[in-house]
Write a protein that binds this ligand. Structure first.
Ligand code: CO
Length: 248
């Protein structure tokens, strides 16, 4: 069952989402050569708590940190560590916040110092594919119209969408129904309705779509070690255009 949220509940999810947006904005400005990814984690925790939220990922299924930081071939779920960012890296930062009873979740990928043209293009195409998905999150459309449009945008530039992780409904739990794949045929699945809250999150690889999990049990990397990018927003389906709940 996909829960339809009232305007009041959407307002509460927006509160969590605004904290996510502020944290991501701060982390984007902090992602400079030489900073440790555990320093980014600390900045995120301080910013979340200062704004009255709680870090949603910490201890979720045993996850050991407050945010996910996935560098270069890292796809998602990179664990903050002593590792320092260096010029030329691309780094995906994923933040989840609980405020009151509600969650919001978003991710960005940022370049550290000067990055290659191909890295810049991968990031641009991934972000555009997220917006193609969001544009299709409208009443009357079906769930897989989001998926198909994300995939189409990604493959138009020869990149590949990760299959083994998906977007998701979100609300009083970080992961609710439905699952939102970033690939598939259009016109399938439930019809979208105003009040559905969705976290749409394309993960896009420069090379093949296959991933593997490192020995830490969390970090997903591209099997071919090509670059990967990830953008995510929590949105509310509304009459007309979707409302992005994790933008500043
Ligand atoms: Co998510």
């Amino acid at each position: 069952m996909i829960i339809l949220r009232s305007d009041e509940e959407i307002g509460q999810i927006r509160k969590a989402g605004l904290i996510v947006a502020m944290v991501l904005d701060k982390l984007k400005r902090s992602a400079k050569p030489g900073i440790g990814t555990n320093e980014l984690d600390k900045i995120a925790l301080e910013e979340i708590l200062k704004n009255g939220g709680l870090p949603a990922f910490k201890d979720y299924k045993g996850y050991p940190a407050n945010i996910c930081v996935s560098i270069n071939e890292g796809v998602v779920h990179g664990i903050p560590s002593e590792r320092k960012l260096k010029a030329g890296d691309i780094v995906s930062i994923d933040v989840g916040v609980k405020s009151g009873s509600f969650f919001a979740d978003a991710a960005i990928t940022v370049g550290v110092g000067n990055i290659s043209d191909k890295a810049r293009k991968l990031m641009k195409v991934t972000e555009e594919s997220l917006y193609r998905g969001i544009e299709n999150a409208r009443p009357g459309k079906r769930l897989s119209d989001i998926s198909a449009n994300v995939q189409e945008r990604v493959e138009a530039d020869g990149f590949s969408v990760v299959r083994s992780f998906v977007g998701h409904g979100i609300g009083e739990k970080i992961h609710e129904e439905p699952e939102i794949p970033n690939f598939g045929k259009p016109g399938k699945g439930p019809r979208l309705e105003s009040g559905m809250i969705l976290a749409i999150e394309p993960m896009v690889n420069e090379g093949g779509h296959e991933i593997e999990i490192l020995d830490d049990g969390w970090t997903a990397v591209t099997k071919d070690r090509s670059l990967s990018a990830h953008f995510e927003h929590t949105i509310a389906v509304r009459d007309g255009a979707a409302q992005i709940l994790t933008a500043l």
